[in-house]
Design a protein around this ligand. Structure first.
Ligand code: AMP
Ligand code: MG
Length: 352
């Protein structure tokens, strides 16, 4: 398939390109576009055949439901059969933004979009290009991350092109995404809202608006405990996996650096290709392997934004072993560590 690749300058899509994208989507095709979290692979969420194309292009397991993206909060009522007061409150405060809510679905949402579930995941993104596309293409766009399943989510158009070039109708290049981590997912179908996937809208931020919110047990897991089944079907897969074997070192940062230096030296001497995930503050302290800074320790937002690109960079250079520092577990740190631990297959070593 010939994939049309379009450049959007300064975060806005030209009208002619917007028309092309919307024609493709209305006809059941696939268009990848930026959102503030990661790039999404869009299809008409109410057209079962279009939704199925997403699974095929991504190699996504059929039981892993898609998030339906809307551009107008009122459209929530057309696809959700019950909207609890707390959900309306969260929509009011956090939309547009990186928050996805799970609600009971109406019949108009096909089971191919919801992976056979009676619930539907809904988000209203903030990105201008995403909103324009959704508005001009019927208002309900399923848009999972625009990567091949199992790869790190794409934060740049070149990641999307590498994974899906030739497999989708159109890719819109809107530059680097600002947040870099997928949306926070909250299940609003039970009395007590449950965070199924941590993200940039943190537990504290949610609780400030609606009171107590719980984490799904699987979110807090620090090992691969096989008796915990995540409530978000997609969270059970080994996501975000780099090609190389990734190990996270946790503890006092001086001990972590010295342990990683020791390991890196040992593996480099053994002829292995070694990558190190460092930070602005620590990168100068490493002596062996290929060192990449993920962001500034002092600024967790920058770490969230840099994570996936660093994992992909290490794939590009075929790093065989990757050693990473760990990050705090407060608020946003929870989301960062959730992704990093999954990428590492939960290989975490405490030092010091
Ligand atoms: P992605 O769009 O690739 O970031 O992945 C979407 C995530 O949302 C996956 O982990 C899905 O399992 C989750 N999800 C989507 N719809 C539902 C739903 N109805 N119930 C629970 N989780 C959902
Ligand atoms: Mg994904």
């Amino acid at each position: 398939m010939n994939t049309i690749i379009i450049q959007a300058d300064e975060g806005v899509l030209k009208e002619v390109d917007l028309n092309t994208a919307s024609k493709i989507l209305k006809a059941g095709g696939l268009v990848a576009f930026p959102t503030e979290t990661v790039y999404g692979l869009g299809a008409d969420a109410l057209n079962p055949m279009a939704a199925e194309k997403i699974y095929e292009a991504k190699g996504r397991p059929a039981d892993n439901p898609l998030i339906v993206h809307i551009a107008n909060p009122r459209n929530m009522e057309q696809i959700a059969s019950e909207i609890p007061a707390k959900a309306s409150k969260l929509a009011e405060v956090f939309w547009p933004g990186p928050l996805t809510m799970i609600l009971k679905k109406k019949d108009i949402v096909p089971f191919s979009t919801t992976g056979g579930l009676n619930t539907v995941a809904i988000r209203l993104p903030a990105d201008r290009i995403a909103k324009d596309i959704i508005t001009c293409s019927g208002g309900f766009i399923a848009a999972p991350s625009a990567n091949v399943s199992g790869k790190p989510s794409p934060t740049k158009a070149e990641h999307v092109i590498a994974d899906l070039g030739g497999k989708v109708d159109m890719i819109i290049d809107g530059g680097k995404t600002t947040l870099g981590l997928e949306s926070t997912i909250v299940d609003m179908t039970s009395n007590e809202p449950i965070i199924l996937r941590p993200g940039c809208i943190t537990k504290t931020m949610l609780e400030n608006v609606i009171g107590n919110v719980e984490y799904d047990k699987a979110v807090l897991a620090r090992t691969l405990e096989n008796n915990i089944i995540p409530k978000a079907p997609g969270m059970k897969y080994r996501h975000y996996a780099p090609e190389g074997s990734l190990t996270i070192y946790e503890g006092n940062i001086h001990h972590v650096v010295s342990e990683i230096n020791k390991k890196a030296k040992e593996y480099v001497l053994a002829g292995k290709r070694v990558g190190i995930i460092a930070t602005e503050e620590t990168q100068e302290l490493y002596k062996h392997g290929i060192i990449k800074s993920i962001g500034r320790r002092e600024d967790e937002d920058s770490i969230a934004a840099g994570l996936y690109a660093v994992l992909r960079d290490f794939d590009d250079i075929h790093a065989e072993y990757i050693f990473s520092e760990s990050f705090s577990r407060s608020d946003l740190g929870q989301a960062i560590m959730n992704r990093l631990l999954k990428a590492a297959g939960y290989r975490l070593i405490r030092v010091g």
